[in-house]
Write a protein that binds this ligand. Sequence first.
Ligand code: ATP
Ligand code: MG
Length: 351
Amino acid sequence: KPLIFSGVQPTGNLHLGNYLGAIRKFVALQETMDCIYCVVDLHSLTAQLVHEDLKDQTRQITAAFLAAGIDPDKHIVFNQSRVMQHAELAWIFNCVARIGWMNRMTQFKDKAGKDRENASLGLLAYPSLMAADILVYRATHVPVGDDQKQHLELTRDIAQKFNNDFSHRIAELGVGVEIQMGDETVNGFFPLTEPVIGGPAARIMSLRDGSKKMSKSDPSDLSRINLTDDADTISKKIKKAKTDPEALPSEIAGLASRPEAENLVGIYAGLADTSKEAVLKEYGGQQFSVFKPALADLAVEKMAPIAGEMRRLMADPGHIDGVLRNGGERAGVLAEANMKTVRDIIGLLQG
Ligand code: ATP
Ligand code: MG
């Protein structure tokens, strides 16, 4: 049975990329699937260990989930650290995964910078915890931005190696399910989870540099549009966004070597829920002096209601904490049931 899992780190201000690449998909998927949405606070320790407003940022992300329309009664919303089985399975996956797999991750290379020997072990092992987040529920689908594609591939590699290394134990205990691998069917405990990526906004780039993705942790606030920016700030940031002096092309091919222009067209398409082609049909031949104000208006129109609802929710932190506590209890039951089996498969002495 399909099950959705995804997470967002409490590492700072949520931005348009998080919304269009991830949170908006969370909302769409909850109509037809069972979903678990997590504020991954343990992951955020890899960016900043001592964190004055970790609690507040955890509430902020939760408020954004709820303001965007996620229903915490029908689905599960919680913060990762409440369910210790994530960390437990991550440890087991640390022993399944290989150091070489982690060293190849582009997110690690980007975030560790030049002095890789001095990066925390947690930053290197980040994808192992992410695999545990997903597989502790045996989730089948993960809506994410394009930047997480590589981590999802690694999640499948870990699941496959675990299934393979313990195949005899899984069969002996009779806890396996049929798993499709290409045109082969194998017996395994963990599914080979699929990413749900796509659309014109799967990778929104920084407004200051078309070669870098928009990020919460980018030190420049001008690089991103925050979910909570007011109308003036949004307009100012879009006006200041880096572009080239040419008019917009009428065909998608005309965006090929113009990453900044392509990014703004992608943002417009994402916000308007249409394609880049359709945006160019409307704005092809126009200058940025026309396109940018139109984009700013659209962004304000779509984002302002979410920001307003977030502010309303943030005024009652007790309510948000209650949502997370309740979600954590329900998630914990599911996670523990799977972990009991994992401990059995491995042969840890329990009971
Ligand atoms: P950080 O810089 O701290 O890693 P982030 O902006 O990358 O922050 P995450 O919490 O790591 O945010 O990611 C949350 C979700 O948002 C993930 O699914 C990720 O793929 C998606 N996402 C992040 N940045 C973008 C972006 N620029 N475009 C589209 N999706 C994005
Ligand atoms: Mg990130």
